[in-house]
Ligand binder design. Structure first.
Ligand SMILES: Nc1ncnc2c1ncn2[C@@H]1O[C@H](COP(=O)(O)OP(=O)(O)O)[C@@H](O)[C@H]1O
Ligand SMILES: [Mg+2]
Length: 483
């Protein structure tokens, strides 16, 4: 039998809303699973374990609940099926649904005592508006666990910024988890040392603040997640691959696989020299029928070129972020050429990616207003981040929304991230450090794509301003008492 972390004790008292927010590894999921399993053993309750989207049972917390039952030695008491878990004596029932993909089912659920919404940062306003009225049994409760993403997210606004009545809000961190595992500690320390901002976001649960200065706003990135599914277009067109080879030291290799307007895969790896990594990328490209590899040609990238040219039958192009503006004399907007607008190709390329995100967000917003309306922009001007293969979307979001718009002394757009600025002190290393891997791999697939004709017609900031007693009385031997 394991012990429940004392910080979750307040969840034993009845409240309409019980919210656990905080960074990764703080023990939120384990504690809630444990509490629910214990509750299930003490009476007849119906639990809905929900999340925004559940493609299969593997996405749900069913495994976590089953593991908890096993860990605590309760296997004989429960019937664990593919789609539900039931307590044999109390008849308590755990059900598992995605809100978005089971709207009708969710609306028809009767008699739910506790709904647990896991990874609730992804839950949209529409989904909350469906779920909350469904949990209407007298004394019913809504438990929510989440790692804050963005202060503008509905979940954050609803439970943290404008908290509802009868809410128990816990903020927990890995430092509150006495069982914080070593493997996570290593990951956390690496992140803390390499990228402090990202560490604060992932591990200390600090939301990424939206800023007028963010080149790509978190809101737009959120809109691009699986946008091809929401907006109804496929990954069609040329298959392209961006490749950023690692330098020495802490740098890592990265690749980005794009087809048409859909980012299908992102991958990074630490091991391997330039030759091994180039071979890996070449194999990856062949397996997927990719017809163009765009690599970062600065620094050790030169070695990539020589090797890929030798081995690859695929079209290979270099991207040098240090180069001058592309098509300098072409009009960017009436009365303004590219060279008037941008300080360098880096800013120009970021702007092209920004335009895709911005336009995608506008299309998504328009669809919310009128689901039948035609798309505002052609699909080759949009971007979708497919969640089928992209596993570390949170990193991507945090990274993409970080760089800031800046202007040089002549009023040209330039792009700076906080980290860039720190690095300005070491100009020879600017493009030789790991922290820009994502930036480069994001840009590369578009730099030779269709983006150059696009113009962001509208640069205005379009951001909106920002009881039932569930436990039996008596002692609870499985609780840790606070010392
Ligand atoms: N009560 C506990 N007893 C033992 N280990 C625990 C306990 N709570 C959490 N852990 C460990 O901490 C890890 C992180 O907990 P988890 O609930 O997944 O955190 P979060 O949901 O906040 O990211 C778990 O994988 C487990 O190894
Ligand atoms: Mg969790």
């Amino acid at each position: 039998m394991t012990t429940l972390n004392a910080i979750f004790r307040p969840f034993i008292q009845p409240h309409r809303y019980k919210i656990a927010k905080g960074g990764r590894g703080s023990g939120k999921s384990w504690a809630i699973a444990r509490l629910l399993v214990e509750i299930a053993r003490r009476g007849t309750y119906r639990f809905l374990c929900a999340r925004e989207f559940q493609a299969s049972m593997a996405d749900s917390v069913i495994q976590l609940i089953a593991d908890t039952i096993q860990r605590e030695g309760y296997l004989k008491e429960f019937e664990i099926q593919k789609a539900y878990i039931r307590h044999l004596a109390t008849d308590s029932l755990f059900m598992f649904y995605g809100i978005k993909n089971n709207v009708t089912k969710i609306k028809s659920l009767e008699g739910i005592d506790i709904a647990w919404v896991e990874e609730a940062e992804a839950v949209t306003k529409e989904s909350w508006d469906i779920l909350i009225p469904t949990i209407r049994k007298p004394g019913s409760e809504i438990w929510v666990s989440f790692n804050p993403k963005n202060i503008l997210d509905d979940t954050y606004q609803r439970f943290v910024v404008n908290p509802l009545d009868d809410i128990c809000l816990l903020t927990v961190h890995y430092t509150d988890n006495p069982h914080f595992p070593e493997v996570l500690r290593l990951e956390m320390e690496e992140c803390k040392c390499k990228d402090y901002d990202l560490y604060l976001h992932i591990w200390e649960g600090e939301p990424v603040a939206d800023s007028d200065l963010a080149i790509i706003k978190p809101l737009w990135i959120a809109a691009a997640v699986d946008a091809h599914m929401t907006l109804g277009f496929d990954a069609v067109g040329e298959k392209r691959l961006g490749f950023d080879v690692a330098d020495e030291g802490e740098d890592c290799n990265a690749l980005c696989f794009v087809q048409g307007s859909v980012v299908l895969d992102l991958d990074e790896w630490h091991r391997g020299d330039v030759i091994a990594s180039s071979n890996r990328v070449n194999r990856y490209a062949i397996e997927r029928g990719i017809t163009c590899i765009i690599y970062d040609s600065i620094g050790v990238g030169a070695g990539v070129k020589a090797h890929l040219k030798r081995i690859a039958a695929i079209n290979v192009k270099g991207f040098n972020a240090g180069e001058a503006v592309k098509d300098p004399d072409a009009l960017y907007m009436p009365g303004k050429t590219n060279k008037d607008m941008f300080a360098n190709i880096k800013a120009q390329a970021w702007w092209a990616v920004r335009e895709r995100f911005y336009k995608t967000w506008r299309c998504i917003e328009a669809k919310k207003q009128d689901p039948k309306a035609a798309l505002l922009y052609p699909t080759d001007e949009l971007i979708s981040l497919s969640t089928t293969n992209i596993k570390r979307l949170e990193y991507l979001k945090a990274e993409l929304s970080r760089p800031r718009v800046d202007y040089d002394n002549n009023g040209h757009v330039k792009v700076e991230s906080k980290k860039d600025m720190k690095k300005e002190a070491f100009p020879h290393r600017i493009w030789r450090m790991r922290s820009l891997w994502l930036l480069r791999r994001q840009i590369a697939p578009w730099i030779h794509g269709h983006c150059w004709g696009e113009r962001l017609k509208c640069h205005e900031n379009a951001m909106p301003a920002i009881r039932r007693k569930i436990m039996p009385s008596g002692n609870t031997p499985w609780m840790v008492t606070k010392t």
